[in-house]
Design a protein around this ligand. Structure first.
Ligand SMILES: NC(=O)c1ccc[n+]([C@@H]2O[C@H](COP(=O)([O-])OP(=O)(O)OC[C@H]3O[C@@H](n4cnc5c(N)ncnc54)[C@H](OP(=O)(O)O)[C@@H]3O)[C@@H](O)[C@H]2O)c1
Length: 332
């Protein structure tokens, strides 16, 4: 059986381009005992994949040159020699960027598309929803009446963080990159205020205006100068959730920022980084709670879907240009 795959053609220096990827046709081996054949339906693109394009040691192995990329995929089982899956099952797991794949299914699990549409398992009921849930509740520890600031607010993680913070009774301030995103966050997602970081000259001053009682929780998705501006307004005993630093992922050199440690020290601030894999043994709890909120209409959800397997590189690069609202997905 022949299928198409996308391999890493070269490692980017700075901002990646579509030239860093290559499409290839490959012949798949025969399906063996305990294996299944799956066809990709929805593919997730995520900012962490940029780190995997570098040849650098991190919490996930780098992509290899001339080998297919991989990531979270929702796929349909088309043939099975496994007792665990039957044709027609819809599964999610870490799979290659291939249209068809033969796998033992050990790193995949079945999903129930009656609970939610299949693509939700790559977003609100998948990695990004769980990141919002555990990052906010475990590290941010929101309390009613507190003020939270969220950078990258209109993205997959940010939209969910803001709504959960609202459920917990917080005043929610977002930071995002377009007026359209700002309108959506305020009108559809219940954010109290949203700052457009691309048009606001003094973000530090805008935070003061939007947060008259200061910032109790900062959920940081972007890092860099936006975070410097938020952190100067941080309150005594506040929490900084270090979730992502997307503004730095394409940098070839790490920029030097202001020294924030004295401020953190004198204001007894907790700043904690995390990776979602730390919470693997609690994923079921998180998914059930998120699914319940979705069912009750307490969590709204939005996704940007590009159509066609060939759109995968473009979708990934689009994350760094703010081309997505909510979760960026490619539908095959
Ligand atoms: N710790 C973990 O385990 C974990 C898990 C998932 C995600 N993350 C991190 O969480 C963050 C959000 O991830 P996501 O999946 O929800 O992505 P996302 O927010 O859906 O997409 C990325 C967004 O980042 C914004 N952005 C891009 N470049 C920027 C820049 N230079 N400065 C400021 N904003 C920029 C863009 O929105 P604008 O239009 O607003 O610029 C873009 O839409 C990322 O940093 C990611 O690495 C961490």
């Amino acid at each position: 059986m022949t299928t198409q795959q996308i391999v890493l053609a070269s490692r980017p220096k700075g901002i990646p381009t579509t030239d860093n990827f290559r499409f290839e046709n490959v012949e798949l081996d025969e399906m063996k005992e305990d294996e299944i054949t799956v066809e990709g339906l929805f593919y997730s693109v995520d900012p962490y994949m940029r780190g995997r394009m570098n040849d650098a040691k991190s919490y996930v192995a780098p992509f290899k040159i001339d080998e297919p990329l991989d990531g979270a995929v929702v796929a349909k089982v088309t043939a099975s020699k496994s007792g665990n899956f039957k044709p027609g099952d819809v599964i999610t797991g870490r799979l290659y960027w291939q249209q068809k794949t033969i796998t033992n299914g050990k790193e995949s699990h079945k999903i129930d598309t009656n609970v939610a549409p299949a693509s939700y398992y790559l977003g609100i009921l998948g990695m990004t929803g769980l990141t919002a849930y555990f990052g906010l509740l475990d590290i941010g520890k929101p309390k009613a009446g507190e003020t939270i600031v969220i950078s990258g607010a209109a993205g997959a993680v940010g939209t969910v963080v803001g709504q959960i913070a609202k459920i917990y009774g917080c005043s929610v301030i977002g930071i995002a990159g377009s007026d359209k995103k700002i309108k959506m966050l305020k009108e559809d997602f219940g954010f109290d205020e949203v700052i457009n970081y691309k048009t606001t000259k003094n973000i530090k001053e805008a935070i003061v205006q939007c947060c008259p009682k200061g910032v109790d929780i900062y959920f940081d998705n972007v890092g860099g100068e936006i975070s410097d501006a938020v952190i100067t307004n941080i309150n005594f005993n506040s929490r900084i959730v270090l979730c992502g630093q997307i503004s730095l992922y394409n940098n070839t050199e790490v920029p030097v920022g202001p020294r924030l440690q004295p401020m953190l020290l004198t204001r007894s601030v907790l700043m904690q980084g995390f990776i979602i894999g730390n919470y693997a043994n609690r994923f079921q709890e998180g998914t059930e709670r998120l699914a319940q909120w979705v069912k009750e209409g307490k969590l709204k959800y939005t996704e940007t879907i590009l159509h066609g397997f060939d759109k995968l590189p473009t979708a990934l690069l689009g994350l760094f240009k703010g081309e997505n609202t909510g979760k960026m997905i490619v539908e095959a």
